[in-house]
Design a protein around this ligand. Structure first.
Ligand SMILES: [Zn+2]
Length: 247
């Protein structure tokens, strides 16, 4: 947890904020063309983005605990959040722990829409309400885009992990991880190419993160193959008959 600040603890889950978040916030607030009447609204928007990320991560953590797994930490950093979830080694437990995150965003779609609809029409109440209106509208879009992005089937994004859990049912723990991590490597490579074409630092950072995590997944699958092999060997060791051992 180097370079992090403890924010708060909720239901036994400690939330940390990585210091790079402040760098990203400063970058975001200076770069974004401000559609609001005052820069403070862009700051609210950025805070709302992280509030959405936070409840998404709590979705993962609480679902993981429901399955009997452990989840005690959430770290917020510029690329979003990471809930350190460790569900039991079962496909169903894995599926629920991962799917619960995007499900939070699914629930937020109509909730944010209802909030936006409950606001008075800016044409009738005057420009004082315009910032509120714009903020809620932008938050609705941010939530939807986060949902769509997270559901890309590119491991380790949620969509990729859902794909892995679904493949686990018919193909087993190892094969499912092998396939998902290869898809992750291909997706990460495509994103890296896009980052190069668009000369985007953030896309590049995201691509590097996806590639490194997909590679870790691939290596973990390899380690699982070895573990299985060792278990098979252990079972194959012939047991010496009782009579021979006595002599
Ligand atoms: Zn997630």
């Amino acid at each position: 947890m180097g370079g992090t600040i403890r924010l708060f603890k909720f239901s036994g889950i400690q939330v940390y904020l990585h210091f790079t978040w402040f760098l990203a916030a400063a970058y975001f607030l200076t770069q974004r063309a401000n559609p609001y009447s005052s820069p403070i609204w862009a700051a609210y928007e950025y805070l709302a983005l992280f509030a959405i990320v936070l409840v998404h991560e709590f979705g993962h953590a609480l679902a993981c605990r429901q399955t009997g797994g452990t989840a005690n930490q959430i770290v917020l950093w510029p690329l979003g959040g990471i809930a350190f979830v460790n569900p039991p080694r079962r496909p169903g437990a894995m599926l629920w722990s991962i799917a619960a995150g995007p499900l939070v965003n699914v629930v937020l779609v109509p909730v944010l829409w209802a909030i936006a609809m409950s606001l008075p029409d800016p044409d009738t109440v005057g420009p004082a309400f315009l910032d509120w209106y714009l903020l809620i509208q932008n938050i609705w879009w941010i939530n939807l885009l986060l949902l769509i992005f997270n559901l890309l089937p590119v491991y380790p994004l949620d969509g990729g992990q859902i794909l892995r859990a679904l493949l686990w049912f018919p193909l087993g723990e190892i094969r499912s991880l092998q396939i998902a991590s290869v898809v992750g490597l291909i997706g990460g490579g495509a994103l890296a190419l896009l980052a190069l074409l668009r000369l985007s630092f953030w896309l590049g950072l995201l691509a590097a993160f996806i590639l490194s995590q997909a590679f870790t997944g691939w290596r973990y699958a390899k380690a699982l193959v070895k573990e299985e092999e060792a278990n098979r060997q252990a079972r194959l060791v012939p047991t010496v008959p009782q009579s021979e051992r006595d002599s």
